[in-house]
Structures are given as structure tokens and as C-alpha cells.
Design a protein around this ligand. Sequence first.
Ligand code: FPP
Length: 263
Amino acid sequence: MSELRPTETGLKSGLDRDRNRGDDAIPRHVAVIMDGNGRWAERQGLARTEGHRAGLEAVRKIVRAADDLGIGFLTLFAFSSENWNRPKQEVDLLMRLPEEFFELDLPEVIERGCRIRTIGRMERLPPNVRRTLENAKQRTESGTGMQLVFALSYGGRAEIVDAARRLLREHEQGQLDPDGLDEKMFAAHLDLPELPDVDLLIRTGREWRISNFLLWQLAYAEIHVTDCMFPDFGREELEAAIADFHARERRFGQTGAQVREGS
Ligand code: FPP
């Protein structure tokens, strides 16, 4: 299925490590801002929508590569809350992509043991898109491999507001003591409570922005920005991003000396 096995690259294969533990070489949670589809298309004299179609092919490549490498969670920013403001023709095309992906790829996703998850305001998506996603989620529910998270109609601030709303409802029902509220409890009310902090954020398309993505979960993420436009992003570029991650010293507020001493 894949041309280059991860062991040939010096990285451990997904098969011989516990993908939910995380280790020095493989980040547990990788999140991707898939930017540059439009510019990729324009450079080739194609319509922007062709760029998104090419982006879908890159999604296929990155999902296979991430699974082969043993990544635990791969979160893809597929459609932001702000993307609803794009021209109707572009929004319509973007809304067709989940169906196109799962029609062809669901069997492989199941075979790999991946589990499909979503974050974002699903209620805004057209009913057929919701059905496609629900079906994919149900059919992969027992998957114990990589969790593949699609952020659709998603905004980080909206997710935090929704969490606050859920907490307020619990408070109204007398189930929440405000003094007992801490970060762990707050995180448990986000769209996908099991989603761990992001270890590595990749942004393609050269822009240095977070764009309202995973604001809560990105608190300690290492950020890798690449000039590569998303349709050109594949296994090699993912491995380069992981190598970059590996070269970083993650301090989580400690000094470099403390981290090196392991205190
Ligand atoms: C941003 O590029 C990209 C998007 C808004 C859409 C990304 C979606 C995919 C790559 C496919 C999603 C697949 C599934 C299965 C849901 P842009 O158009 O802003 O690029 P530009 O900055 O060059 O204009």
C-alpha cells in the first residue's frame, strides 16, 4: 500500500509501538492546517476547486503515511467556520469532498483500524454530509488504531464557547460547583474530550497563522510551517515535519537544564 516503510526512514512503524503512548520520535497528536490549495491551482491556471480536489489526494497520502508512522491522532482542518463565507460554488465543492473521500477510502480506513471522529458545528453541514460522516463514525467505532479527526465547520473560539455553554447547563442543573472547575474539567466539555493536546501543528502554504484552529489544544504545540502547498504535501513532507519536531526541546514552562536533567 505504501512505497516507503517507516522503518526505512529511521522512524518506528505504527505496528511496533504503542501509538497512544507517544515517544520521542513520533508525536502522539498531529494537527494540520491544509492551506494553499487555491494558490496551487492558480499557479497552474486551474480553477481553485481543482486545488481542493488535488488537496483530497494529499489527504489520502497523509492519512496513510500518518497511520504507517504510528501517529495516534491526526486532526485535519477541512472546513473552518469562516469558510462558509467563500463563493457558493467553492463551498458546494468543499461539501462534496467528505463523500468523495469515504466512498473510495472507507474500506481502507476500516482495514487499517482507524477511527473516524469529527469536531465542529455539525448541525450547519448539509444533511447528506452529516449522514456520510455519521456512517463513517459508526462503521469505525471499534477501530483501535489511529484516530482520524475531521474539523468541519470548525472554529476554536466557537468550540470553547460551546464548552462553556455545556458547563453552564450543568451548573443550572446543580451538577457543577464553580470552585471545582479546573482545566481538566473544562477540556472534558470540548467537542471531543478524548482529543489530547496537539504535539505538532503543521501548516502548509507558507502562512504563519493559527487561524482559529484548536485554540485550547494547541497550548504547547510545536509549530512547523512549510512553503509546500497542501496538494504537494505527502509522506516525505510529513517525515520532514516530524524530524523537525524531534529536533525541538519541549520545555512546558521549565528551563532547558531542568528538561535535560529530567526533573
Ligand atoms: C485552504 O486552502 C483549504 C481549504 C479551505 C480546504 C481544505 C480541504 C481539503 C484539503 C480536503 C478535505 C477533505 C475531506 C475528506 C473533508 P485555500 O483555498 O485557502 O488555499 P489558498 O490560501 O492558496 O487560497
